[in-house]
Design a protein around this ligand. Sequence first.
Ligand code: APR
Length: 320
Amino acid sequence: MARPKIALIGAGQIGGTLAHLAAMKELGDVVLFDIQEGIPEGKSLDIAESGPAEGFDAKLKGTQDYADIAGAQVCIVTAGVPRKPGMSRDDLLGINLKVMKAVGEGIKAHAPDAFVICITNPLDAMVWALQKFSGLPTNKVCGMAGVLDSARFRHFLSLEFDVSMRDVSAFVLGGHGDTMVPLTRYSTVAGIPLPDLIDMGWTTKDKVDAIVQRTRDGGAEIVGLLKTGSAYYAPATSAIEMAEAYLKDQRRLLPCAAYCNGEFGLKGMYVGVPTIIGDNGIERIVDIKLNKDEQAMFDKSVDSVKGLMDACKGIDETLA
Ligand code: APR
């Protein structure tokens, strides 16, 4: 049986890391696409040359030609510009919206059956625009944010409790921005919810509040340290987890930016919600109950995503 084909649109920091991970995990053959000549070719060759020592079987190809993504089962989109210190994800909107148009048209023409995972920021608005530009079914187009935000939350919680990250599960919903909603009630250490851990005296509410804030600022913390770009190891790993769930029909329950059509009382927009990913793409949105405070935070986050969608509509009238 032929290996699956994974097309990576954008061969920058995240794109290169995605290619390396996809090859090492033998998820399939990899096509790295970028408008910059030489970068995808160079990264593909470099990663292929790591194959003998690592011992993986995967072909890698770099290209500037959309025809090379033909027949891809998965497309992961990182094309665009990342933020620099002092910038918010929203500052990228104008430039990256134009990139989404070109990428959407490329995917529509050459890989219309792919499961598309968007990483380009501002995430929730970009994945919405990408779905419209590509015309692919909404269950086949989603955005990577919740897995990353939840991973950051899990990491910080594991440091606080001094336990393995594997035993910490956490949920972060809403838009991928300052208004994201880390749900403490649904976050646990080996099944024990955070509010119970506070009651047990293992941590304090103040400490959990500080961790929630650090999670919200998780992307900015890395941008502040790197100074020349944004995070890429954890974002790439998070998207690979989603791609693997699709390719292996794992039916993983992962928070993703998914198209809501009635779920959470929302229609016609993308936002971070719990989803099940299997071989039909986004198989289901898990419409969990939010309490009053959580709902208020979620509504605020939804409003900020809607604001970005309106800004996109103002720039490109085909989105209106
Ligand atoms: N088509 C294809 N590739 C493009 C296009 C385009 N129209 N425009 C830009 N690119 C490429 C750039 O040439 C660059 O190689 O996208 C790549 C982006 O890579 P980086 O600048 O290294 O950015 P990266 O850190 O990978 O982040 C990419 O993901 O997390 C988000 O905010 C981040 O929006 C940013 C994206």
